[in-house]
Design a protein. Structure first.
Length: 202
């Protein structure tokens, strides 16, 4: 019987390798559990800054949680244990030590080694999407659905809180900070043409 799931639980490597059928290149498969496992959102790197591990979401415990798996093989460690996590919400901190993510109406942070966690901001009744980190590492932008309306929220990574910078009756998705300017945010909003920009202060 395997190790019970829970925050900090350590599980044996599931890594497998096989050659690509067209190029012959070695492919490393990190997970082989029968449940759904997936990478972070495709605009975000799933690798830790030292390239030692990947962070991924998995439903193997019965609900979506974040895990860290060694590369090319090694133990898998459960990083979170809470309800309502958005599996594609995770983004790594600038120094690579912390994973920021959303769960329900809150933005949270967990240290990838110590597993110390904290709530950075929250909105009762909210449902938050994926996180985007500013180029200076000081702010997180997320889209939020709440009471039938859509919002953009900005949260300080130092834990000093967050604020709603924009409200709209139409759907808002995929906000992203400018890659080099922390004052500008791009997001998608219905109806098409749907790309918009807004300053971080609204």
């Amino acid at each position: 019987m395997g190790t019970p799931f829970g925050k900090g639980s350590i599980h044996q490597s599931e890594a497998r390798t096989h050659p690509d059928e067209h190029t012959g290149r070695r492919i490393i498969q990190i997970t082989s559990h029968p449940s759904i496992s997936h990478n972070l959102y495709f605009l975000t790197s799933s690798f830790t800054s030292d390239q030692d591990s990947v962070v991924f979401s998995s439903y193997r415990s019965g609900q979506v949680q974040f895990f860290r798996g060694k590369v090319p093989e090694g133990d898998i460690v459960q990083l979170t244990e809470e309800a309502g996590i958005s599996g594609y919400s995770g983004v790594m901190s600038e120094n690579g030590n912390t994973l920021y993510y959303t769960a329900g109406g809150s933005i949270r942070a967990v240290h990838l080694r110590t597993l110390d966690d904290r709530i950075l901001s929250g909105w009762e009744g909210g449902n938050l999407g994926e996180c985007s980190l500013s180029s200076d590492g000081k702010f997180i932008v997320t889209a939020m659905k709440r009471y039938g309306r859509s919002f953009l929220t900005v949260t300080n990574t130092d834990g000093s809180g967050g604020s709603i910078i924009f409200e709209c009756p139409r759907t808002i998705i995929h906000p992203q900070f400018h890659p080099s300017d922390p004052d500008w945010i791009e997001y998608a909003q219905d109806p098409a043409p749907r790309m918009w920009v807004i300053r971080r202060d609204g």
